[in-house]
Design a protein around this ligand. Structure first.
Ligand SMILES: [Zn+2]
Length: 287
C-alpha cells in the first residue's frame, strides 16, 4: 500500500518538506524526517494517519542534510528503539554532527536555529549502515547532490529518492536539481540518473515535494534542467542573473509555484553550488 507524503509543514508552510510512511516486513518506517523545527508537523501528519511516532520502528535516511535528517537525534532521544538507516559516510555525521552544524551555520547564519532547530547526535547503537537491502527495500548509492546520498526502491515500484531525483513541487511539473554547496558532482549525478532510469521505478517519491507518477518524463526533465543551469554558470552567468533566469524557467511551467520552489531549494543555493563545482574543476585542471 502506498501513501503520499507526510507534510511536516516546515516553517508553517505546505509542500516544502515531505516525509513518507513506509510499510515494511519489519514494521513501519519513515523515509526522511525533516528537521527538528518541524517535528510537531511530522507528529500531526503521522497522527492524521493514525500513527504515533512511537509506532515507527525504522528511519530510512536519504542523506544527512538538515532538511532531510535534522530531527533524527531528537526522534531517537524520544523513541530509543528507533533504528536509523544511513550510508556509511552519513553515519559519522549523525553520530557526531558538529562539523555538519558548523557548515550549515556558515550557510544559514542567524537563521539556522529558527530554520532547523536542535541538531542532536544519534547514538551509535541506533545507527544501521545501509547495505543492498534494507528492511526489504533495495538500497543503492545515488551520489551527485551529496556524495553519501542513497535511494530506496520498494517492491511496489516506489522509489524513495530524497534529493537524487530533483525538486518538483506537486502538482507542479518543473523539475530542477538542488545543487547547494559544497558537494555537488554533476558527473556523478548524471550516472545516478542513468541508474534511476535503469531501475525504472513506477513512481518517484520526492522529499521536495510529493509523488511523480511520470518517472520517465520526470527524470528526463531533471537531466535537461541540470544541464542547462550548469551551462549557464559554466559560461559565467552571475548569481542575480542566474536566479532571475531560474525563476523565469519555473514561471513558464508553473506560474503559481515560483516562490514555493525557491523556499524548498533556494535558487541562490543552486547557483553557489554550481559556481563552486566549476571553480574547483578549473582549479584541479590547472594543477
Ligand atoms: Zn540535501
Amino acid at each position: 500500500m502506498f501513501d503520499g507524503p507526510l507534510d511536516v509543514l516546515h516553517g508553517g508552510e505546505r509542500r516544502l518538506i515531505g516525509a513518507y510512511l513506509v510499510d515494511t516486513g519489519e514494521g513501519l518506517a519513515l523515509h526522511d524526517c525533516g528537521p527538528a523545527s518541524s517535528l510537531p508537523g511530522l507528529r500531526d501528519a503521522l497522527a492524521a494517519r493514525g500513527v504515533d511516532a512511537r509506532d515507527v520502528r525504522h528511519l530510512l535516511l536519504s542523506h544527512i542534510h538538515l532538511d532531510h535528517a535534522g530531527a533524527a537525534g531528537v526522534l531517537v532521544r524520544e523513541h530509543p528503539e528507533l533504528q536509523v538507516h544511513v550510508s556509511r559516510v552519513g553515519a559519522q555525521h549523525l553520530i557526531d554532527p558538529a562539523r555538519l552544524e558548523a557548515s550549515a551555520r556558515r550557510l544559514y547564519g542567524d537563521a539556522f536555529d529558527t530554520l532547523w532547530g536542535e541538531l542532536a547526535p544519534v547514538p551509535e547503537a541506533n545507527v544501521r549502515i545501509v547495505d543492498d537491502e534494507v528492511i526489504g527495500l533495495t538500497c543503492f548509492p545515488t551520489p551527485g547532490h551529496a556524495s553519501h546520498h542513497v535511494a530506496y526502491l520498494h517492491e511496489d515500484g516506489t522509489l524513495y529518492a530524497g534529493d537524487a531525483a530533483g525538486v518538483r513541487i506537486a502538482p507542479g511539473r518543473f523539475v530542477f536539481a538542488p545543487t547547494p554547496p559544497p558537494e555537488v558532482d554533476l558527473d556523478a549525478w548524471g550516472r545516478t540518473l542513468d541508474e534511476l532510469e535503469r531501475r525504472a521505478p513506477r513512481r518517484v517519491a520526492l522529499t521536495h515535494f510529493g509523488i511523480a507518477e511520470d518517472p520517465e518524463r520526470h527524470l528526463r526533465a531533471l537531466r535537461e534542467t541540470m544541464h542547462e543551469w550548469a551551462e549557464r554558470v559554466a559560461h559565467g552567468m552571475d548569481e542575480q542573473t542566474f536566479v532571475a533566469a531560474a525563476r523565469a524557467d519555473v514561471r513558464a511551467s508553473d506560474p503559481e509555484e515560483v516562490d514555493v520552489y525557491d523556499r524548498a531549494a533556494p535558487y541562490w543555493h543552486c547557483f553557489r553550488g554550481l559556481e563552486r563545482y566549476w571553480r574547483k574543476r578549473a582549479e584541479a585542471a590547472a594543477e
